[in-house]
Design a protein around this ligand. Structure first.
Ligand SMILES: NC(=O)c1ccc[n+]([C@@H]2O[C@H](COP(=O)([O-])OP(=O)(O)OC[C@H]3O[C@@H](n4cnc5c(N)ncnc54)[C@H](OP(=O)(O)O)[C@@H]3O)[C@@H](O)[C@H]2O)c1
Length: 317
């Protein structure tokens, strides 16, 4: 495994982070199993993965509860990152909005600690900003949690640069967590240069575009309504076909190195300037075994240029 320092923190994180969203058993189909999720976490530890990213809202608490079971006996080997901000209806468990008021963030952090069964969180992240969000109030509440020893470092997710600046005027910032992959390059213009300039760690989510860039799908595939890919336009119609055409060509690059398409997608992220970690969503031990194999793979300038050319020529995105 390869490790990098997370921004200006003292955390040495594995470049492959274990993404725990599917562990929540909502929005990711019907094949998520708690026992398998726990085995996947333990397999990840064997492989040297030390960063585990979850959120209170993944399965409305379920993902944190399952990760909490997996942590038992392994706390010292793990860097636990979780998030707060989302609000859900306790009856239906449906997410109804976001709230980053001091009151909500403090309550959310305490609830996460309880579900995870730990007495401090290594990286506590604000899950999202939103219009009218009280950024400064939230930042000050997180500093208070840090002073109380409940969290070690602060991160933000889905924050535009302007909100990051506002946060940084009130509180330290170890990392950001934006979406990023070969097909979704939105952060390259403003966010990544800002993070490089300010030495902020960058944990990217969706490095395999929710599984699309694993290369396992084919024309005609469908997803049940319980699976978020049922409503993701990248997986439908002509756009899906353009993406599949690009993936077929990119698989040949991976094959030249004896690697898989999933590994190419993850390594591509890790070879971009400013990226610290690729958070790889994982349901089963064999998935993390494969994605962990992307660590340490240095792609050449020619490979990176060929990937750009394929995306341009196929119109993938
Ligand atoms: N901050 C945020 O707002 C935010 C948003 C999204 C995600 N995240 C974080 O980022 C993590 C990763 O993002 P993501 O889960 O959306 O997308 P992803 O990592 O691009 O895709 C994950 C999915 O790909 C499939 N997969 C993974 N490894 C595979 C392998 N080796 N072979 C074949 N299929 C494989 C699995 O689904 P199937 O088996 O069903 O195909 C898995 O659930 C999340 O778990 C979460 O921690 C954060």
């Amino acid at each position: 495994m390869e490790y990098r320092k997370l921004g200006n923190s003292d955390l040495e994180v594995s470049v492959i982070g274990f993404g725990c969203w599917a562990m929540g058993k909502r929005y990711w189909g019907d094949d998520v199993d708690d026992e398998l999720s726990i085995r996947a976490v333990h397999r990840a530890l064997d492989l040297g993965v030390n960063l585990f990213d979850t959120a209170d809202c993944y399965g409305s608490g379920h993902a944190e509860t399952v990760l909490g079971q997996a942590i038992k006996g392994h706390r010292d080997e793990m860097i636990i990152a979780t998030k707060g901000a989302r609000v859900w209806d306790p009856a239906t468990l449906e997410i109804t909005g976001s709230d980053i008021s001091a009151k909500h963030m403090i309550e959310a952090c305490n609830a996460s600690l309880k579900r995870l069964g730990i007495d401090y969180i290594d990286l506590y992240q604000v899950h999202t900003s939103y219009e009218g969000a009280p950024i400064e109030e939230c930042a000050e509440a997180l500093v208070k949690l840090q002073e109380e020893g409940k969290i070690r470092y602060i991160g933000v997710s889905n924050y535009p640069v302007e909100d990051i600046r506002r946060h940084m005027a009130k509180a330290p910032l170890a990392s950001v967590q934006p979406p990023y992959n070969m097909l979704n390059r939105g952060i390259e213009k403003d966010l990544l240069p800002f993070c490089i300039e300010h030495n902020i760690g960058v944990l990217v989510y969706g490095p395999m575009a929710q599984g699309l860039l694993t290369g396992k799908y084919k024309k005609g595939d469908t997803w049940p309504e319980t699976d978020l890919r049922h409503n993701n336009p990248r997986f439908h119609g002509e756009r899906f076909e353009r993406n599949l055409a690009a993936i077929e060509r990119m698989k040949k690059i991976a094959e030249r190195y004896g690697k898989t398409m999933s590994q190419l997608a993850v390594a591509w992220c890790l070879n971009q300037p400013g990226i610290t970690v690729a958070l790889c969503g994982t349901k089963r031990p064999e998935q993390i075994e494969e994605t962990a194999g992307a660590a340490g793979w240095k792609l050449s300038e020619e490979d990176l240029a060929e990937i750009d050319r394929i995306i341009e020529e196929t119109g993938a995105g």
